[in-house]
Design a protein around this ligand. Structure first.
Ligand SMILES: Cc1ncc(COP(=O)(O)O)c(C=O)c1O
Length: 426
């Protein structure tokens, strides 16, 4: 066993891990493009973009230069009553890509804090207006992060059981499978009519953590119309879907209706540094303006608006503009659709699907299904031995690689997945 693994096991507690059974961590020491390299120089295709964050590939020169340059100029500065060029430039560029009513950008550290900020803004918006509406509507299967507010509006399942007594109240609409859409919209009509809802929060078009579950833009538009009619603020959690993942720059680009708040993280910094944004409307911002300090949004984090993280986000937008990233996304979409046809021929799979740069399906197994399915570990190990780092969600196998993946790497990835499916049939 390598000394890195030994040292890790002495002192490191890993995320989302059951250390009694999780085995040794993979010792990764370097990365370039789509590939991660272990201590012995063996390469692994980063098929899940290092937890869905890396969009342009590892070790990108433009990002490296942005980090060095920004460090020389300004490494960090308090962001209360202080501003700096990278944050302002990022806010200008992000708002220019969003619907025109979304004009104000609040900076935080990751997807979970972007959720906390969005939820707190909604509740305080109504409070500032003298209306005590605190209830939040979410979708069953939702995942918005692991802080308490984010967990409170996420799926109530085994993951969060110990904390449930501490959650604030939320209600859930069933997941909108195609044959259920009308029925679910009727439920939404009835529940929103109570007038108690401060906000609706959704992962637009695709729920990530619950198994890359995709649903229709038509449903989402109609749900937003009902929310809007009943004065419920709409939060789009684009933490996973933003920056090209669903095939358009934002998932909301595919919708006719618009949200009131958008949460961004993950691809925002191309998977290099932590940063979260909550973008909101002028109307929401204005409701916090007052002579009274306490009507302001009294929330912040030490690293809010960190200049190096903002510089990286700006560099990532430069890469979009300079390196034909939209064309790369198009090519990945096409490759996914081709691969879908191949994978669909395999007998032991269910529900093969593509949403832009994400391809997913379930392995039809007699074993336990869902996140705790044993297929997860089998697929992980099989792929790892063949130079692919997969992270299945239980019996859901999916890929969402960096957009710079080469055709050769992509073909290898699909070959490994198909050979895994055949291996478990034998
Ligand atoms: C849709 C969505 N929202 C929020 C989060 C939380 O983001 P973070 O892990 O950066 O806190 C995630 C993370 O996977 C996510 O997929």
């Amino acid at each position: 066993m390598s000394s890195l693994i030994n040292r890790d096991k002495k002192h490191v507690w890993h995320p989302f891990s059951q250390h009694a059974t999780s085995g040794d961590p993979l010792p990764i020491v370097s990365a370039k493009g789509t590939l991660l390299y272990d201590e012995k120089g063996k390469s692994y295709i980063d098929a899940n973009s290092s937890w869905w964050v890396n969009i342009h590939g590892h070790g990108h020169e433009i990002i490296g230069k942005a980090i060095t340059d920004q460090f020389q100029a300004l490494d960090h500065v308090i962001f209360a009553n202080v501003t700096h060029p990278q944050a302002v430039r990022l806010a200008e560029r992000i708002t220019s890509k969003l619907p025109s009513h979304l004009t104000k950008v609040f900076f935080s550290d990751n997807g979970s804090t972007a959720a906390e900020v969005a939820l707190k803004m909604c509740v305080q918006f109504w409070h500032n207006k003298g209306e005590e509406k605190t209830l939040v509507m979410a979708l069953e299967g939702a995942y918005h992060g692991d802080t308490f507010g984010a967990m409170s509006v996420g799926e109530r399942d085994l993951f969060n059981k110990p904390f449930e007594p501490l959650f604030f109240q939320a209600e859930y609409l069933p997941f909108p499978n195609p044959d259920q859409e009308d029925h679910i919209l009727e439920i939404a009509e009835k529940r929103f009519a109570s007038g108690n809802f401060a906000a609706l929060i959704v992962e637009p078009l695709i729920q990530g953590a619950s198994g890359m579950r995709m649903y229709s833009v038509g449903f989402l538009d109609r749900l937003m119309q009902i929310a809007r009619k009943n004065k419920v603020l709409i939060i789009f959690d684009e933490v996973m879907t933003g920056f090209g993942r669903t095939g358009t720059f934002f998932a909301l680009d595919q919708c006719n209706e618009n949200p009131d708040l958008v949460m961004l993280s993950k691809g925002l910094t191309a998977g290099v540094l932590p940063l979260g944004l909550t973008v909101t409307s002028e109307e929401i911002f204005n409701s916090f303006l007052s002579e009274k300090t306490e009507r302001g949004f009294l929330h912040g984090h030490s690293y809010t608006g960190n200049p190096i993280a903002c510089a990286v986000a700006n560099a990532s937008l430069d890469i979009f503009e300079q390196e034909g990233t939209i064309e790369k996304i198009e090519r990945l979409k096409e490759a996914n659709n081709e691969a879908l046809r191949l994978i669909s021929r395999e007998p032991n799979i269910l529900n093969p699907r593509v949403c832009g740069t994400i391809l997913a399906f379930e392995v039809n197994t007699a074993d336990r299904v869902g996140y705790f399915s044993g297929i997860r570990d089998q697929a992980y190990q099989y792929a790892l031995e063949r130079g692919v780092l997969l992270r299945p969600l239980g019996n859901t196998i999916f890929i969402n690689p960096p957009y710079c993946i080469t055709r050769e790497e992509y073909d290898h990835l699909i070959t490994v997945i198909i050979s895994f499916l055949r291996s478990i049939q034998e």
